[in-house]
Design a binder for this molecule. Structure first.
Ligand code: IVH
Length: 680
């Protein structure tokens, strides 16, 4: 392929990819599979690596991210980013309509829209290209988050159709609820503090320094306002419809209304239907449709007079804060928890609510004895959303975040860029030790369920186990005859757990059985910070043994698919610690799996051979092929280099890869040839 041909192909690929993005993210009707889509993107990125000067700033490969920003530049908004007048009262919606009618003597049409609960963003386009993405900031100045915003697939990098030369479009970036739950589950599994709600997760994601990480968060964006000197229509509704044709995702849930009754119908409909949406919204925005009427109504210092937001009341209750406790997790992360006078919320009694972190506590300015608002939203744990400071008892003191660990008194630390505080005493802080033991025996790790129901905690309290490897030293006489008493409380009577013969045998058998759990579970069970189940699996497959993994360098670690800087750092730190090495040696001595077993491993016929997969395979997914390679001792990498041994090529192999392979004399093999290698 000549340079000119490559350039043509790159343009063609960019257009195709953006069309598929539009089909998928804006129209919600994809016409190709994710796999085919990835193939196109991969081909383009291959060509861009070869001809970096031909890669434009609008290239869809920008969506993969990669650029790292230390400090976001401050930019001035061309049009101030105002907020909306808010109300919870229908009476005020009627008053708003009366005010509008009083100033406008003609007929007024209103547009009703959903009020998205995310982070406001303003995008500037020039000649069809995205030039700037700015957050709201103080309304006058915002942060330039363009690199991060470019990774959001529903945001067009290049426009289509008949768009104005210069304009700004505003919308809301949010995290779809499914992604929010997935991210939080993963954070909890890794011992990290979960995000308080999807909005915080979205705003945190948007400000991440590494745009490749932003790309993986799965943010979405819906647009609701256009600004500029030459918009196509004289009204908001038609302009938004036009924007959809240029490639923007606008809401389908939008309605033109003529009367307040129609407005209330829209409000009522969404009050119940909103639960079925896959994103958070907290109300309805009502806007005067005609631009001319908007201009006539004008603005206050803070918000337009032509719009108002009606907010739905959250499931909220008022109660009293009794105290705040600080919980220490297995990785040392500290979570402040409010203990409340019990309050009924949406059918359940709430006694505890999360206060999330020191910043949120400070923002709330919470005092002991305060009357607080508790809300139960889509989140896992109820949260405190506000404080009624007017009802604060005299002389009550502000709740401060602890400066030392509540369990072991070690001064707490806060890592740069993280919201959570940690207790750094991972060696002897009891909740961390207990948390590690509990994690090790948990279902997804070693699955020693005969030690559940608090028995492991009891064994720790008895001084029988502190390190995970101590479990394997336990014998019958250590356990037989022990008795654990769970004291009575308001709800439950006293309970006694006796370690009789059967219990003890079960425990010892469970521990014995755990020795045959696969290496990836052992690795997950170690509880290395940031290493969840998936990462453990990837590492186990890639390195094959504890020995290889523990000796791996930073570069070798980050070469593994999905292992990033944070994880690599945590792994190095873990294996650098002599106590951890002792634990691993002890586990090994006891016969716990320290390598991928032969059955799992298939054979070693591809011993350390490096493969690059390219093109489309009819009967095999790319993940299947990767798994086969690794199972037989080979390695799979993303790009062709002089170290590549084979290219496994399917249909439509990327031309960039093909040329590079030819130049480097790397054999390009078919699927059949690959399968026959496995059979020898
Ligand atoms: S219009 C001048 N429409 O709510 C007003 N805003 O409280 C322009 N928001 O800053 C905003 N959904 O972040 C508008 N359909 C919608 C919205 C919406 C959510 C947010 C936006 C705005 C805030 C105002």
């Amino acid at each position: 392929m000549t340079r000119e041909e490559a350039h043509e192909r790159m343009k063609e690929l960019s257009e195709q990819i953006e069309q598929h993005n539009y089909n998928y993210y804006v129209l919600s009707s994809p016409t190709i599979t994710d796999y085919e889509f990835d193939m196109l993107l991969e081909e383009l990125s291959g060509l861009e690596k070869k001809y970096p000067d031909l890669a434009g700033p609008d290239s869809p490969t920008q969506r993969i991210g990669g650029q790292v920003t230390k400090d976001f530049k401050t930019v001035e908004h061309k049009y101030p980013m105002l907020s909306l007048a808010n109300t919870y009262s229908r009476g005020e919606i009627e008053a708003f309509a009366r005010r509008v009618r009083k100033s406008i003597h003609n007929e007024v049409h209103y547009v009703c829209e959903l009020k998205f609960d995310g982070v406001a963003i303003g995008l500037t386009y020039e000649k069809g290209s995205l030039k700037l993405a700015a957050t709201r900031g103080d309304g006058i100045h915002g942060d330039d988050v363009t690199v991060n915003v470019k990774t959001i697939r529903s945001i067009p990098l290049k426009l289509r159709g008949n768009y104005p030369d210069n304009f700004e479009i505003r919308g809301e970036i949010y995290l779809p609820l499914k992604r929010f739950r997935e991210i939080n589950e993963a954070r909890i599994k890794k011992g990290e503090v979960p995000f308080a709600n999807p909005r915080n997760a979205a705003s945190g994601s948007l400000k991440m320094q590494d745009s490749a990480l932003v790309a993986r968060r799965g943010l979405d964006c819906t647009f609701y306002n256009l600004l500029g000197p030459s918009l196509p229509h004289d009204n908001h509704y038609d302009n938004l419809r036009e924007a959809r044709k240029w490639g923007f995702k606008t809401s389908e849930h939008i309605s033109l209304c003529k009367t307040t009754d129609e407005i209330f119908d829209f409000i009522d409909h969404w009050e119940t239907t909103r639960k079925a949406l896959d994103f958070d919204m907290d109300g309805v925005v009502i806007k005067v449709n005609a631009k001319q009427q908007q201009e006539a109504l004008g603005y206050t210092a803070k918000s337009p007079r032509w719009a108002i937001a009606y907010k739905y009341k959250a499931v909220q209750g008022l109660t009293k804060l009794i105290s705040v406790s600080f919980q220490v997790g297995r990785t040392g992360a500290i979570t402040p928890v409010a203990n409340l006078e019990p309050v009924q919320l949406a059918g359940t009694t709430v006694k505890r609510a999360s206060l999330h972190n020191a910043d949120i506590m400070r923002e709330l300015d919470i005092h002991l004895g305060d009357v607080v608002y508790v809300e139960k939203g889509g989140e896992i744990i109820p949260k405190i959303t506000g404080v009624d400071a007017s009802r604060r008892p005299k002389g009550s003191s502000a709740v401060r975040f602890i400066s030392t660990c509540p369990a072991c008194n070690t001064p707490v630390i806060r890592k740069e860029g993280e919201a959570a505080h940690y207790c750094p005493n991972n060696k002897s802080c009891p909740p961390q030790i207990k948390g590690r033991l509990e994690h090790f025996i948990s279902r997804r790790a070693m699955d020693i369920n005969s030690l559940g129901e608090g028995k492991i905690e009891f064994l720790y309290d008895q001084g029988l186990v502190t390190r995970i490897s101590d479990l394997y030293d336990l014998d019958f006489k250590d356990l037989f005859g022990l008795e654990k008493v769970i004291p009575a409380n308001k709800e439950k009577k006293e309970k006694k757990i006796s370690f009789r013969e059967k219990t003890v045998k079960n425990i010892l058998q469970g521990i014995e059985d755990s020795k045959s759990k696969p290496f990836e579970r052992v690795l997950f069970g170690l509880g290395i910070r940031h290493i969840g189940e998936t990462a453990a699996k990837k590492l186990a497959r890639y390195f094959g043994s504890m020995e290889k993994l523990s000796g791996a360098s930073y570069e070798e670690l980050v070469a593994v698919d999905e292992i990033g800087d944070k994880m690599a750092g945590a792994i190095l730190e873990y294996f650098n610690d002599s106590e951890n090495q002792q634990i691993i040696n002890a586990l090994k001595k006891h016969g716990v799996q320290m390598q991928v077993m032969k059955e799992e491993k298939g054979s070693d016929v591809l011993h350390e051979k490096t493969f690059v997969i390219s093109g489309v395979f009819e009967d095999h997914s790319r993940d299947d092929l990767k798994e086969m390679i690794e199972k037989h001792g080979g390695r799979n990498v993303g790009s062709v280099s002089s170290k590549t041994d084979y290219i496994l090529a399917g249909k439509n192999m990327g031309p960039g890869k093909y040329e590079k392979a030819k130049k480097l004399n790397i054999p390009v093999i078919s699927l059949e040839e690959f399968l026959s290698m496995l059979n020898t």
